[in-house]
Design a protein around this ligand. Structure first.
Ligand code: ADP
Length: 256
């Protein structure tokens, strides 16, 4: 379980503060909010890329920097994360860094590529790939290390609708394997894939709710989210008897 208490981080013109939250094993947390609200900063703090100024992040009661659990971070721009010219070499390098035995490389690389629908790209040149394909290679890198916590910073931004569906299914598989999944998104329709939804506003948590509560109480959305609100409302007219049924219908509608 990830437990964050009074977390604070400052840039010259921006302050992330009063961040308190828990993410359990096998839980999916979506983080949304306006551009510049602090989503990436928060994800980088959890991913250990940034060090908090105040407050703490515990993983199963152990401070983040002493924690032995594997945390995978898929950052926004895949070009910054692919190092090698060849897909296999790129993932093998990540495995080497995580101390994985060489004998396991083939199986782990093939399995990870399959999960993102890139199994035929094992020996491809990375520079020939589209941005969306590169993003999937970065995700495969993070799956290959078998993380217990995985963080996706707008990881579906460069993907087409079909490929996005592969990633949403992946969230569910990771959840079923007990992995904590945290993803940020600007596409509000993606929040239905989460168990909990956190809305960031100017460096603070505006709200954090279960998806059932979010769907029920659409007032958490701002004016600019009205199109989505209408979309969800039209879905809610599907004559559902319970919250569970509403969520199920939304998932069906999105062909999950
Ligand atoms: P989001 O992911 O919600 O768009 P970010 O966490 O990227 O938000 O950014 C939050 C704020 O911090 C923004 O105002 C941004 O300009 C600022 N910021 C982000 N990175 C840096 C940095 N390296 N140096 C200074 N300010 C930064």
């Amino acid at each position: 379980m990830i437990t964050i208490t009074n977390l604070e981080y400052k840039y010259t013109n921006f302050k992330l503060e009063n961040i308190n939250l828990c993410v359990k094993s096998g839980e999916i947390l979506a983080i949304t909010g306006k551009n510049g609200s602090g989503k990436t900063t928060l994800l980088q703090l959890i991913g250990g890329v940034l060090k908090p100024k105040h407050g703490q992040i515990l993983i199963d009661d152990i401070p983040l920097k002493k924690n032995k659990k594997i945390i995978g971070l898929v950052q926004q721009n895949p070009d910054n994360q692919i190092i090698f010219n060849n897909v296999y070499d790129d993932i093998a390098f990540t495995l080497k860094n995580y101390g994985v035995n060489k004998e396991e490389y083939d199986e782990r690389i093939e399995e990870a590529l399959k999960k993102v629908g890139m199994e035929s790209f094992k020996n491809a040149e990375t520079f020939n790939l589209s941005t969306g394909q590169k993003q999937r290679i970065v995700i495969a890198n993070m799956l290959a290390i078998k993380p217990e916590i995985i963080i996706f910073d707008e990881a579906t931004a460069y993907l087409d609708q079909g490929t996005k569906m592969i990633i949403y299914k992946l969230f569910e598989e990771l959840k079923n394997d007990g992995v904590s999944v945290i993803f940020s998104t600007n596409e509000l329709s993606e929040i239905v894939y989460a168990d909990k939804v956190l809305i960031m506003d100017n460096g603070k948590i505006k709200s954090i709710n279960n998806i059932e509560e979010v769907v029920k109480d659409l007032s958490v959305f701002e004016e600019r989210f009205i199109p989505l609100k209408l979309q969800l409302l039209s879905l809610l007219k599907l004559n559902c008897k319970s919250d569970e049924e509403i969520i199920q219908k939304i998932k069906e509608r999105l062909k999950w």
